[in-house]
Write a protein that binds this ligand. Structure first.
Ligand code: ZN
Length: 491
């Protein structure tokens, strides 16, 4: 199985959905074509949709052809370079249009005429609009208002359509999208591209979690005019299994086990500080300053609690599920909107320490030093039946050993990793960054606290889930204390 680790999460997702679909045995070997039209590719949004779509599709199939109209040499060379850096096995094949459209399991086109006669999906984007059509209904080709967030959302929806085709999804369990124009700004169908991006936005920002969602978030932030302190926090290092879900992770960095925080800080840009550790470790450092806004891409409840316990002005959280579910939630300190502690409950109410001990077999003493690397002595001190498994984890931070143990226990024992696909993480990231821009430009949030949908059905079937603070949550019971701590901060 180790030879397939880099696609293990995609394969786990496919297996998890096999009850509602009829996927072929070699899901990731199906032929896919990515192409585009002159008018749309000539726009900045078009070029960015193309890049994002290629990054997403090459994680879904080993047999991707990228066909570009003649005269787009710069775009083609740029894409070929990205493809070489990012390819795990063979890089996508490049071709100049026109190419024959026969023999592909799915075709994704950045711009163009929708057609139900081919396995074709067309995407475009303009401002905050992400448009997609896999049927016969046309979508607007207007793409002049630059916005990387809309472009990534459109590419993500398009990749989701390709995934559903490759999956051979049964019609009672989901649908291909036909003539959808979705506004990230309004969370609904619209033809209004919305506000232009500002020329500058200033805040003190922390991206917490540099996994699949963190990759999508940083991919977007690196294209926005942000000023102020910018940090990326994660305690873990990348491994092969992350390549399939992390939009910007190269196989080289995965093989070298690069620190996640450092890797994404570099991608974000100059002056971005990596914080290698957990939130708790960072706070113990005398030089630590609390951020004003946190974009949280963690996938477990304990880490979300640690983020909420920073009590910043705003937490924006992204969440994803195994049936292509994605969610954004926003938790401003001012007002009455439910916090992350209100909406995420610990499993079974069991103390975190007990869960960690049960899953890893490690001693409590070792678990308390979560950012330290696992040693041979730790393995010798662990419960006998866990030692064999733990031997393979030596050298990793103890907290990632816990994460690996949790995933191992999650049921997908063969691959050892939970189901996840990158395009769900990137659409979640698009919604998170929309909320960030909304907050920095208007002072408001557009979710109170959350908006949720499944890509099986599409964003137009998404829904808001309003929720106020819980009376028995710390955000209510300790509000005065939290106010005092916040007032004592300096930035
Ligand atoms: Zn709360």
């Amino acid at each position: 199985m180790t030879g397939e680790l880099h696609r293990s999460r995609t394969n786990a997702t496919v297996r998890g959905l096999s009850g509602i679909a009829a996927p072929p045995d070699r899901f990731t070997d199906q032929r896919v074509l990515l192409t585009g039209t002159r008018d749309v590719l000539a726009s900045r949004n078009g070029a960015e949709m193309m890049r994002s779509a290629m990054l997403l599709l090459m994680r879904m199939t080993t047999d991707l052809t990228v066909a570009i109209p003649g005269g787009f040499d710069e775009l083609a060379e740029g894409l070929a370079q990205v493809a070489r850096d990012q390819a795990w096995e063979r890089a996508p094949a490049f071709a100049t249009m026109p190419v024959t459209e026969e023999g592909y399991a799915a075709i994704l086109s950045v711009g163009g005429k929708a057609s139900a006669a081919l396995p074709l999906t067309v995407i475009t984007s303009n401002g905050w609009l992400a448009r997609v059509s896999s049927g016969s209904m046309a979508i607007s080709q207007r793409c002049n208002q630059w916005n990387p967030v809309g472009a990534l959302a459109a590419a993500s929806l398009g990749a989701g359509e390709v995934f559903k085709r490759l999956l051979r999804l049964k019609p009672e369990h989901g649908q291909l999208l036909d003539g959808i124009s979705f506004s990230l700004w309004d969370y609904g169908l619209s033809d209004d591209p919305g506000h232009h991006l500002p020329t500058e936005m200033e805040t003190d920002l922390l991206v917490a979690g540099a996994g699949a969602i963190g990759n999508g978030v940083v991919h977007l932030l690196s294209q926005l005019p942000l000023k102020g302190r910018r940090r990326v926090l994660d305690v873990q290092t990348y491994g092969d299994e992350n390549w399939g879900t992390c939009l910007r992770l190269t196989p080289t960095a995965a093989a070298a086990r690069d620190e996640k925080a450092t890797y994404l800080a570099t991608i974000w840009g100059e002056g971005v500080e990596p914080v290698v550790g957990r939130i708790e470790d960072a706070e113990a450092d005398a030089k630590w300053r609390a951020p004003k806004v946190v974009l949280c891409g963690f996938d477990n409840v304990e880490a979300r609690y640690a983020v909420q316990d920073l009590w910043p002005d705003l937490v924006i959280d992204g969440a994803i599920g195994p049936r292509l579910e994605c969610q954004v939630s926003a938790h401003p300190w001012s007002g009455e909107i439910a916090c992350l502690r209100c909406i995420f409950e610990l499993e079974h109410g069991e103390p975190a320490e007990h869960v960690q001990r049960r899953l890893t077999g490690l001693s409590v003493a070792a678990l308390r030093q979560a950012s330290r690397a696992l040693s041979r002595q730790d393995v010798a001190d662990a419960e006998p039946e866990k030692r064999n498994w733990l031997l393979g984890q030596i050298g990793k931070p103890i907290c990632s050993v816990f994460e690996a143990a949790r995933q191992f226990a999650g049921g997908d024992v063969a691959a050892g990793f939970r189901p996840s696909v990158p395009f769900v993480a990137t659409i979640s990231a698009s919604m998170m960054v929309t909320e960030l821009v909304r907050y920095l430009t208007t002072g408001d949030v557009g979710v109170e606290p959350r908006f949720f949908f499944s890509l099986l059905w599409g964003p137009q079937q998404g829904a808001h889930y309003p929720e106020d603070r819980h009376d028995d949550c710390q955000c209510s019971t300790r509000a005065h204390l939290i106010e005092r701590v916040r007032a004592g901060r300096w930035y």
